[in-house]
Design a protein around this ligand. Structure first.
Ligand SMILES: Nc1ncnc2c1ncn2[C@@H]1O[C@H](COP(=O)(O)OP(=O)(O)OP(=O)(O)O)[C@@H](O)[C@H]1O
Length: 247
């Protein structure tokens, strides 16, 4: 995926200013920067969620596999570029049905429960949750712990076999143990899906990211490997931010 000269404004306020950044397959890209610098807006634009905000306007191009995302049917785009939010938001239905939902929505023919069992379990396995819920697939998803609910949301996103997974501060509502589990999961997932994560947690970005984009006041100030951005930042602003001097 590639973002090219992207500018997004809410009314008069420019939230993302002329950003060009690649999203590479097989990698985790972390977007970091102080509050309000445009990370979430950039993330949400990748599958056109910013269109849901009436005041948002956009210029520049976003390409998925060389195709302009504006030319793709939006439901299909959101299956290929899938989003997991800050607060786990499973549907008020069983664990099984949460994941099956994504699969049922896919084809023209509605598969039955039997046919769905294998792909549902496969998505749960890839989200690192199957072992914990195997015997409780019919239990309400809302009875799971917060960390399990977040992995269920990841399983739901993975079920549609997306090419890109967008994670908006996925651990901010979780305890340290669940956070560690999800970080391990993200590192494994990059083999099957490109991951873009917004995080305030610089240690987290260092632990899991291959590339890092540092944003400030809507601009992409610096983009590089995690090692370079954290240990040899080129810009003074990046240096100040990663050393904890502001933000
Ligand atoms: N729906 C909206 N309407 C108007 N302004 C918005 C809207 N969403 C975000 N903004 C503004 O756009 C700018 C960028 O916000 P955004 O949420 O993308 O930043 P962020 O870096 O993700 O912040 P945070 O780290 O606090 O989540 C901010 O000034 C914010 O106030």
């Amino acid at each position: 995926m590639r973002v090219d000269g992207l500018t997004i404004a809410y009314g008069e306020k420019v939230a993302v200013n002329n950003v060009t950044i690649p999203v590479r397959q097989g990698e985790v890209l972390a977007l970091i920067g102080p509050s309000g610098c445009g990370k979430t807006t950039l993330l949400r634009s990748l599958n056109r969620l910013t269109e849901l905000t009436a005041t948002a306007t956009r210029s520049g191009r976003i390409l998925l596999d060389g195709e302009d995302v504006d030319l793709l049917e939006v439901t299909r785009l959101r299956r290929r570029v899938s989003m997991v939010f800050q607060q786990p938001n499973p549907f008020p239905m069983s664990v099984f049905d949460n994941v099956a939902y994504a699969l049922r929505e896919q084809g023209s023919k509605r598969p039955g429960k039997k046919e769905l069992r294998e792909p549902v379990e496969d998505a749960l396995r890839r989200a690192g949750l199957l072992r914990e819920v195997q015997d409780d697939l019919d239990h309400p998803a809302l009875r799971l712990s917060g960390g399990q609910q977040q992995r269920l949301c990841i399983a739901r996103a993975l079920a549609a076999r997306p090419e890109v997974l967008l994670l908006d501060e996925p651990c901010s509502a979780l305890d340290p143990q669940s956070t560690a589990t999800i970080e391990d999961l993200i590192v494994q997932l990059r083999e099957e899906v490109a991951v873009v994560i917004v995080t305030h947690n610089l240690q987290q970005a260092q632990r899991i990211a291959d590339h890092v984009g540092f944003m400030y006041l809507g601009e992409l100030v610096e983009y590089g490997t995690a090692d370079q951005v954290f240990h040899r930042p080129r810009a003074r602003r990046t240096q100040d931010y990663v050393s904890g001097e502001f933000g």
